[in-house]
Design a protein around this ligand. Structure first.
Ligand SMILES: *Cc1c(COP(=O)(O)O)cnc(C)c1O
Length: 413
């Protein structure tokens, strides 16, 4: 399957390693928590990691394994671990890999909940530096002997800064640091994290991968590029066999098994179904977003549009190279001064007011009064978030209908 196209691999990958029974094309959703062994020696070998198998569904199940195979395949990775939500994937991965007094470098433009998690890690004794990951020299200045990893998103939300991912990959490789990319905004089809030397990717499956706003999930994928024998925090117990597998073993044991934020088999199946049409949805979404952002940029009632697909975006040229002409489905705009953001949003008829992204429907949200309300005016100003900012997540609708919806709303305000 390696040299086949993206969607070809995607719709066939889960049957590659294991064949479902009776020629079924989908894996049956198995809700069994326990797994019976005829011979106790087989159970022992599975427990000791000498043989593949499931022993308890908190750690693994066939429905999760089927989804993990596809996720690893589409990112060109060696393995994937799935979790109950995107936040569960991020928190479990970091808690599995970090120790008291470690230093980590993270983007200052992180998703709000991830940023809040970083504050929790700080309280637990992990030193966190927040930096502008579009500026490689700013990142380089923070590296010290205790630095374990660099963590960034690809396209930030809501101001759409694009991290200098290729330069970050080089920097991490040169300093033997783990390079972790939150790839929620630009999943496999758009962006090849392995090409910029990512060690791990972490994603919210809730967004573009499942795609329909009907199920939560998260995943970590190991690209196979990082040499885990260089990573001091791998427990002695897991330093066995090929070092390429050590990181995922620790994330599976310390992250998934001990912290227990397991993805339910029903959810894993729903996510697998959504994933089959991801490339179709993302292409439509990116085309729609570019069209809508271009229309809004020229509108007299709009002050600014923030979208990496626009030529005047500060990282447009980086984005063009990294994402093969797709710029994601999220953008923001500042309404012209004096216009009432809340009144404008209430005038939209097809676009939905909701806090989510990566849906089939176009969604909108006033930024300062909702997702960045807790940050307060000073921090918002530092992050470039204006009071008249609106965030959009563009869906797969017929785009003329969405443009018409904006036109009727603009006419009334
Ligand atoms: C939504 C999101 C998450 C968290 O995912 P959940 O599935 O909602 O827990 C993490 N990172 C980014 C970039 C997100 O947009």
């Amino acid at each position: 399957m390696k040299n086949k196209g993206f969607t070809t691999r995607l719709v066939h990958a889960d049957r590659r390693l294991n064949k479902p029974q009776d020629g079924a094309v989908h894996f049956p959703t198995s809700n069994s928590v326990l797994f019976e062994y005829e011979d106790v020696n087989d159970l022992v070998e599975v427990f000791q990691g000498k043989k593949l198998g499931h022993v308890y569904s908190r750690s693994s199940s066939s429905s999760n394994a089927a989804l993990q195979n596809i996720l690893a395949d589409i990112e060109g990775g060696i393995a994937a671990v799935t979790f109950a939500t995107g936040m569960a994937a991020i928190s479990s991965m970091l808690l599995a890999l970090l120790k008291h007094n470690d230093h980590i470098i993270v983007s200052q433009f992180l998703f709000g909940n991830t940023s809040s998690l970083m504050a929790t890690l700080s309280d637990l004794g992990i030193r966190v530096s927040y930096v502008d990951t579009t500026d490689i020299s700013a990142v380089e200045r923070e590296v010290n002997n205790d630095t374990k990893l660099v963590f960034t998103e690809t396209i930030a939300n809501p101001v759409t800064q694009v991290a200098d991912l290729a330069a970050l990959g080089e920097l991490c490789e040169a300093n033997k640091l783990l390079f972790i990319i939150d790839n929620t905004m630009t999943p496999g089809f758009i962006f090849d994290a392995k090409a910029v030397k990512a060690s791990l990717t972490v994603s919210s499956l809730t967004k573009y991968i499942a795609g329909h706003g009907s199920v939560l999930g998260g995943a970590v994928v190991d690209t196979g590029l990082f040499d885990w024998s260089e990573y001091a925090n791998i427990f002695e117990l897991y330093r066995v066999g090929d070092p390429v597998n050590w990181g995922m073993t620790q994330i599976r044991k310390k992250g998934l098994r001990d912290l227990g934020a397991t993805l339910s088999p029903d959810s894993a199946h729903q996510i697998s179904l959504g994933l089959e049409t991801m490339a179709l949805r993302i292409e439509k979404t990116c085309n729609n977003a570019l069209r809508l952002a271009t229309y809004l940029q020229g509108h007299s009632k709009v002050e600014n549009v923030y979208y990496p697909g626009l030529a005047d975006h500060p990282q447009h040229y980086i984005a063009r190279e990294l994402f093969a002409g797709n710029y994601g489905g999220v953008f923001s705009m500042d309404l012209a001064p004096g216009l009432d953001v809340h009144k404008f949003l209430n005038l939209l008829e097809t676009v939905i007011i909701a806090t989510h992204l990566g849906d089939t429907r176009t969604l909108c949200l006033p930024v300062a009064s909702t997702i960045f309300y807790e940050n307060g005016p000073q921090q918002r100003e530092k992050m470039g978030i204006n009071d008249n900012m609106i965030r959009f997540s563009v869906g797969i609708e017929d785009i003329d209908d969405i443009v018409a919806d904006f036109e009727q709303a603009f006419a009334k305000i």
